[in-house]
Ligand binder design. Sequence first.
Ligand code: MG
Length: 252
Amino acid sequence: MMKRTLISALALVACFIGIQAQTQVIAHRGFWKTEGSAQNSITALEKAAEAEVYGSEFDVLMTSDGTIVVNHDHAIEGMVIAETPYKKLKKLKIKNGEKLPTLKSYLKKGKKLDIQLILEAKPLPTKEMEDQAIATIVKMVKKMGLEKQVEYISFSLNMCEQLAKLTPESEIAYLNGDIAPAELKKKGINGIDYHYNVILNKHPEWVKEAHQQGMKVNVWTVNKEDMMKKLIDMKVDYITTDQPLEAKKLTE
Ligand code: MG
């Protein structure tokens, strides 16, 4: 009995290590290159979960009155999100006919699905707005009990630092490609999520450096198969892509 328990425990450990070492796929702005979907839509989140990838990435911005909405561009139909109250935006439709999603609606749907939610906090006009946005986001995630399912990424070093302060146990990765992993680790930021050119050509040594620091490596936005293969060989942890099905095939 003891022996059998030991063997299953070892198998579990081996399996766990195996899963950890395998590159996994994140659908960039959800899985949107499919019927009925659109970038950063709730449908794209559902389609990413159906595709059984590791995560669905999405972008968030804050309105002038503090509502967090899911959208990539700073302006929508001529209105700058950071300068517009939510009530003026709430009836807007995105490309597949859905209403502009709020973070709350996105997380509510995500909670029902088996997929990681990769939240990109877009830089905002002032540090005060960035700090307010991060505080609002972290509070919502905690209130909804999604601390394990939500991971954070940002081009704003300030936003990453605020996240490290408010939710240090979370996965937090910096996007801008200009800081070595060990430097970020000192700030409590535990991941890099860099453009493929940084990882393939400028600093391939950063993959190892990050892993030595116990950090995760994500690479964006990788849509070509030969590049995906190179990055898988380099043992990056995640590939963020607009072609989640193709990437998934290569990682299986
Ligand atoms: Mg993004």
